[in-house]
Design a protein around this ligand. Sequence first.
Ligand SMILES: NC(=O)c1ccc[n+]([C@@H]2O[C@H](COP(=O)([O-])OP(=O)(O)OC[C@H]3O[C@@H](n4cnc5c(N)ncnc54)[C@H](O)[C@@H]3O)[C@@H](O)[C@H]2O)c1
Length: 355
Amino acid sequence: MALYVKKSYEELPDLLQKEGVSGARAMVVADTNTLPLYGDEAVRALSKSFAQVSTYAFPAGEEQKRLSTVEGLYQALISGGFDRHDVIFALGGGVVGDMAGFTAATYMRGITYVQLPTTLLAQVDSSIGGKTGVDFEGYKNMIGAFHLPAFVYTVPKTLETLSKREFASGMGEVIKTALLGDESFFEWLLDHIYEIDEREPKVLAEMVRRASSIKARIVAEDPREEGLRKLLNLGHTLGHAIEKYKAFSLPHGYCVALGCIAAAKISHGRELLSTEELFEIRDVFVAFDLPILVDGIDKDAVVALTKADKKMQAGQIRFVLLKKIGKAVVSTNVTDAELMDGLSFICAEDALKER
Ligand SMILES: NC(=O)c1ccc[n+]([C@@H]2O[C@H](COP(=O)([O-])OP(=O)(O)OC[C@H]3O[C@@H](n4cnc5c(N)ncnc54)[C@H](O)[C@@H]3O)[C@@H](O)[C@H]2O)c1
């Protein structure tokens, strides 16, 4: 699956041709934030390749990631006369991408779609790898399908309008990716803290290119998450549990940051990481406006939530540890005491007691 990082949507027609994607109709799926921001530019470009270009926007937010929104989208496709040869374009963050992808996976038993990700999280993570789906009855991503996009076309310029909070959340995934897959990328991030914070276009383009290609490489080797792809869950086991414990009030990337720091502490406890590496990892999150401590958590409750997570297999937690910066490994024998040690390191009340 090809990834393109471009300055604008202008090159879409050429790349559609190159990738062999054609049809009479295109549907641009977006949310109520992304359609007004980038809809016109995308539609203008797509009008050169398709006779009919329609748009469909649903209200922004995770609450909309549900089957009823997908039903609305099916209705729009049917009334627009879309058939199996037509194409969906997902213009937005992970919520738009997951839902447009799921619609494409299921409409008429599957049609082609292209990802046009507009959040940092979507550009480096959710648009790549073909996991699509919706939340169901309080469970995240409970209903879904694997359905690869024809390609991913990213315009990092769209990050200019992203809020500070959403940008920092995406940085959580960027740092996670560097930690598990590429030490030189980790060093590069440290060397570009200022430029990234200033959102310098060339630096953001390079960052998105590097982070997305690490994920793409891993997914290509293990598309169905049977082995290697599990490494992408670094920081997610405890991170998800904290996210759930905090009733989704903290952005996903903040929880991933906390989860990565806790995983680094457990790795340090096993003498996989030196003390210097542990603190280097913790401090990089500070540099990118991410939390390194969380308050008001009951550690026992978080451990219990960790065990209820989907990433458990036959009663064992599959926990991603760091062998070194840039190299991750899956462990199935992380103990409750180790989980408590990792949590204690990111627990604000415990940090106060240490002083
Ligand atoms: N499929 C996967 O592999 C995968 C991986 C990770 C996360 N996810 C999913 O991704 C979702 C989270 O994605 P997200 O963080 O992108 O959230 P999101 O899609 O809700 O976007 C966050 C907010 O930013 C707004 N926005 C998007 N682009 C913008 C831009 N360029 N400028 C200004 N505002 C913009 C959106 O309207 C929204 O309000 C979750 O549902 C999660 O489950 C999926």
